[in-house]
Design a protein. Sequence first.
Length: 748
Amino acid sequence: MSATIIGTSPNRVGGIGRVTGSQQYVADLRLADVLEARLVTLDCARARIISIDASAALALPGVRLVMTAADLPQPVPRFGPQLEDRPVIAVGETKYHGDPVAIVAAETKDAADAAAALVRVEYEELPAVFTLAAALDPAAPLVQDPALRPGDRLASTNVLREHPIGWGDVDAAVADVVVEHTYTFPMVTHFAIEPHAYIAAPDGDGIAVWSTIQHPNWLQKVIAKVLGMPLAKVRVFAPDPGGGFGGKQHAKYEPLVALAAIRAGRPVRLVLSLEETFQAVRRASCEVRVRTGVNRDGALVFEDIAADYLIGAYADIADRVVGKGSYPAAGPYTVPNVRILARSVLSHTVPSTAFRGFGNPQVNWAVESNLDEAALAIGMDRLEIRLRNIAHRGDAFIPFDTPADGEWSQTVTRAAELIGWGSPLPPGRGRGIALGIKSGPTTGLSYSTVRLLGDGSVIVFAGTSDMGQGARTVFAQIAAQELGAPLDWVTVVMGDTAIVPYDQQTSASRSTVLMGNSVLMACRSIQAQLRTMAARLHAVDEALVGVDRGVVHLPDRDLSVIDVLKPGLGRLGGELTGNGEVRKDADPSHPLSGAPAFFEFNCTAIEAEVDRETGDVTIVRHVTVSDVGRALNPLQVRTQDEGAAIQGLGHTLMEHYIFDEVGRIRNLGAIDYRIPTSMDLPLDLVSETIENADGPGPYGSKGMSEGALLCVAAAVGAAVREAIRVPIRDLPLTPERVWRALQERETA
């Protein structure tokens, strides 16, 4: 094989199973003798649990288990990726609408449903906080017991943590014009097509767990700690998730299901409904106050940003979202004076977690929108002010961090060309343009094993989760490229902690860069073994032997890999095995515990039309351009960006949680909670990439797939503002909100 497969778009590995429905997701699995589980919750957010009577439920035929906090080891185990503050099940009081107080397991789902309804819980509703203003009130009830945060000066408040970052001197900076506004971003859910599902089964003297988890090795550690088992006795199966978007990164109900399985002595299966998923995962809402100082020549003088994220009842990974998401809040610009203060604020709402963009979309909406306001205030074109201040390759735009790793102005000018920036517009239409940047992974550890079998076929073992981003395909392409195997001769094995080597996590658009480099390293190890083998077989100096794209180059001829492998292995056969390890250690001195491996950069440009009678917004043209280093699989890159772009339209135009006075979510499920459908798609969607092979990943690639979501809201908001001549600073831009803004302008 001499042709390259990198940079092409072969059929997706596993794609047929996904589109035909033959792929087995966790909820499709059927274990013998499995019990069906159901959670018992209360019809309010916060309540003191007085008593739980399970007698009627246990009397039902087929019911085998009702488990509450009283049935668990005391104190009830707690877990969490940052702060171990989340009990396996509610202890003493519930913290949010959906917080389970019991789990029921029965022979059938119908029996479990009926039993859950018969569990009688006596409880007293308690005062609760559901908004930022309420949570920050000094008289507000505390969401978290201060005893969980010993020595923390903030323990007696609902502020979990503060994240200050900055440089220069904002207070001393003098600008010609200062623009200051407050912006809000809504609470939204991930709405992955596959529901969250969990199965646990006793496995000899250990436990086996099946989960829709993105981080199987992380889950293995959590289960081992909760159950008091060594890692070797905990086996996690993680079939490819049907969408994750960050909502399936960390443990939710797996510890509870594992404890139920051990207590029952049988497999236990819990599949959440869509409504229950709303009560399990969400993105943090946010209020952002921005002061932008700019001179009349367009030079940015300072950015002063205060962002309060409402993270919910437990920490989960949300505080990391706040810290990392707000860190590049000043954007991809060279700003001499920056002050950022982001706070994680607890509330009696669903715990928030990672979500595509990891905290960046919230602040990007505010800062990019305020930059538009600054441009209008000085009479400068909104594209021009961005190009005037954008960092160029090698610029330390965050002074103590990774320099700009791309020529980002190319991305911006291309997006402007594609949207027709500056050309005339018909009445009722507007254009917007916005830039988005996200720090890539700051730490990482990915191991891989590659086996070149005796017939030239290849098996790749990797702990990454392929939840739709196409990791299986990219890893197969790398192995095929390096070892000369046809793509359909490459098998990629994932999703079983007893078989595949350790991978820290699947997040932060890291798979291609970190695990991809690990697979590449494993393949290069095999290439080194082939060189040694060829030198021995042909009695030549190993330094004169090369291996490239499946071809073994000798001084006097070229051979295929199989021409060297078969005689080299000899009559006994065998295989060549290579191992890869990519490690990015933490740096305790860095605000994020490590400098980003790369930056994910995107420019989004929008042309929108507003119906003045209804406030309805139509996206006439949506342009998304990303700096990707090199697209190893151009079709996957383009469709990932398109998916992110459409997902970004959700929180921009329609998605948001609605609560009642006792903290119940009133728009659970697909009927009352709107997400973009085919009726809401842009009339024209254009996705392009800028490729300079300047990334740290294989063949110059960078991580991507979150970038196209980062700045959708700001670009759409700018287009709507131009169309109606009224700024709207609260998301989502629903028809009612837009219509009311128009009415207020006309009556002002």
